[in-house]
Design a protein around this ligand. Structure first.
Ligand code: CA
Ligand code: CA
Length: 443
């Protein structure tokens, strides 16, 4: 417990404020990936109190409904790459043949320049290892995006201030055809007012994908502050045509970074801003909005919101749910659990966790939680709707002799039917009360 992360300051429990996605740490540079019915979200991590892009590790989150997000911790960091010195900046992960490849920019210690490394894992949540033991490409530029075309040809694009690509081989860890440059023409990427040495809108953070036969490059535009613009092309390497604004300059971060996926029949746009308390250009947070393409394939203008998308699905309380699956929290942090995965901790009196759109159906009778406590413990109040909602059950948690000494506690619940938001509110004396690994209801 002494190694506690500094808590991000708490937000007031405003109704249905689902953005930012994560409240217990700062996150940046979202890269979503849909795999096997879940959306995995790869992000950077701004350290608390940063006054520069001080970033040491990457984080993975996942969701089945776009409103409740599971914390998978940090399966890749600067330490993953023995040759990396600093700057765990914006990357993207992709799946191929059952392996997950995560392309990231870091400073190469040997040259002092930004280079792009690639991590590989057998699971979308890692752990990731250095796939090749050296940079995949290095030219001092950043922000890789990866895309596999329908014919199996993979491309890695990156760059600030220029825009580059390589044709990745099927192994995803080597390339053929050299390092190629995409010409930044004003027809392709817009005209920057007073652009000087950067005459087009293109700044950084490309996100390249294909939809209905058309190729999209969505990118951070202008500087500073950035907005999100996009270009389209009939092929993966151009010619590109500038198509205008996706997200205007908004939010209290001078950078932004796009990520787009389709999931469960809808389209989603991920970005970052400075919306958390203490947030700003170096303490950013990832958010998401639902959108619909126009009939001609163009992207509508998308604005930042606090409310975020509606749930894309319900959450099943009758299967094990991780305590670190969170819609909104107040006061908790997370850490790796000795039983695997993560647990929530640093729980003090009044801290709480909300999950949205929980499908209780005909009724729950019992609540069970997996808990550990090196102190005297406390209690879990099971509430509906909000942290001040109706208490439908209360589980006492006794000390277990250690913060990773786990036991299960159960208690009856009454009046828990239908589909509702659920809040677990933690109560007790002073100091840290207990940790929670997972919970589950029984009908
Ligand atoms: Ca706390
Ligand atoms: Ca857990």
């Amino acid at each position: 417990m002494t190694a506690a992360l500094c808590a991000v300051a708490l937000l007031p429990g405003t109704a249905h404020a689902d953005n930012p996605i994560v409240q217990h740490i700062y996150t940046a540079d979202p890269a979503p990936l849909v795999h096997n019915g879940r959306v995995y979200l790869y992000t950077g991590h701004d350290e608390d109190g940063s006054t520069y892009f001080t970033m040491k590790d990457w984080r993975v989150w996942s969701s089945a409904d776009m409103v409740n997000w599971t914390d998978h911790g940090s399966p890749m960091s600067l330490a993953t790459f023995s040759w990396a010195k600093q700057d765990a900046w914006a990357g993207q992960a992709v799946e191929r043949n059952g392996k997950f490849y995560w392309y990231v920019p870091v400073v190469n210690r040997a040259t002092g320049r930004m280079a792009i490394g690639v991590g590989v894992a057998d699971s979308p949540t890692g752990p990731f290892r250095d796939a090749i033991g050296h940079p995949l490409v290095e030219n001092g530029e950043i922000d890789p995006t990866v895309f596999i075309d329908d014919n199996g040809q993979a491309y890695l694009y990156w760059g600030n201030p220029n825009l580059w690509y390589v044709r990745l081989n099927a192994d995803m860890t080597s390339y053929s055809g050299g390092v190629n440059q995409i010409p930044l023409t004003t027809a392709g990427f817009g005209t920057r007012p007073n652009g000087g040495s950067r005459p087009t809108m293109y700044e950084e953070g490309p996100w390249v994908y294909k939809r209905n036969g058309q190729y999209y490059n969505v990118f951070a535009a202008k500087c500073c502050s950035e907005f999100i613009g996009y270009s389209t092309s009939p092929g993966p390497t151009g010619p590109w045509t500038y198509r205008g604004t996706v997200m205007p300059t908004q939010g209290s971060s001078f950078t932004n970074h796009p990520g787009i996926v389709d999931y469960k029949g809808s389209s989603y746009f991920f970005y970052h801003n400075g919306a958390l308390p203490g947030g700003g250009g170096y303490t950013r947070s990832v958010s998401v909005e639902k959108f619909a393409y126009n009939a001609d394939g163009s992207i509508p203008t998308i604005n930042m919101t606090n409310s975020g998308p509606p749930p894309a699905d319900t959450l099943d309380p009758y299967t094990r749910q991780e305590a670190e699956t969170i819609n909104w929290e107040s006061g908790i942090e997370t850490e790796p659990a000795s039983e695997g995965g993560m647990n929530i901790g640093w729980i003090e009196n009044g801290d709480n966790v909300k999950v949205r759109n929980v499908a209780f159906g005909a009724g729950a009778k019992t609540f069970t939680a997996r808990v550990a406590s090196a102190s005297a413990g406390g209690a879990i109040e099971v509430r509906l709707g909000s942290a001040t909602g109706t208490v439908v059950g209360r589980c006492t948690v006794a000390g277990t002799g250690g913060w990773q000494t786990w036991t299960s506690v159960s208690c009856p619940v009454t009046g828990v039917t239908g589909t509702q938001d659920l809040v677990l509110r933690f109560t007790g004396g002073s100091g840290y009360l207990f940790n929670v690994n997972w919970w589950q209801f029984a009908a």
